[in-house]
Design a protein around this ligand. Structure first.
Ligand code: IDP
Ligand code: MG
Length: 149
């Protein structure tokens, strides 16, 4: 079973879309194994987005992501990384496929509502950055047999 890190960005919280967005991941069948609300510092944001240091949008991205509280989650399921990214849609909401979070709820790249790990290495790094091992909960759901073959 794979795990991925997902973050609902400050615009999702401010616009009252937390339930709508988390609900989409839940309905997909992904299991929430950790969740918390945090207002991150610029230093922490630099760690999270270290791969983007030096890019034209980097300073704007740090300002955006530290502008208010975010909701951080770890989701678990079959192909969780790929499935979460597909549920989110392409980085630019204007190009994202209809039915995805970014297409249905957003318009601009710099206000695209949600983050998801882009691969196994990134997922392991981000889960470790945001959560301590004790915060990752292992529990069965009664519906698991109807979601996982
Ligand atoms: P991703 O979130 O789809 O993985 P990345 O390329 O990793 O996309 O970029 C991280 C975040 O930086 C994006 O989600 C978006 O909020 C922001 N971003 C990326 N490129 C641009 C841009 O060209 N203009 C404004 N913001 C951008
Ligand atoms: Mg990315």
């Amino acid at each position: 079973m794979e795990r991925t890190f997902v973050m609902l960005k400050p615009d999702a919280v401010q616009r009252g879309l937390v339930g709508e967005i988390i609900g989409r991941f839940e309905r997909r069948g992904l299991k929430i194994v950790a969740m918390k609300m945090v207002h991150i510092t610029a230093e922490f944001a630099h760690q999270h987005y270290a791969v983007h240091v030096g890019k034209s949008f980097f300073e704007g991205l740090i300002k955006y992501i530290t502008s208010g509280p975010v909701v951080a989650l770890v989701l678990e399921g079959t192909n969780a990384i790929e499935v979460a990214r597909a549920t989110m849609g392409a980085t630019n909401p204007a190009r994202a496929a209809a039915g995805t979070i970014r297409a249905d709820l957003g318009l601009e790249m710099g206000r695209n509502l949600v983050h998801g790990s882009d691969g196994p290495t990134t997922a392991a790094f981000e889960i470790g950055l945001w959560f301590s091992p004790e915060e990752l909960l292992c529990y069965p759901r009664s519906v698991d047999a109807w979601i996982f073959e």
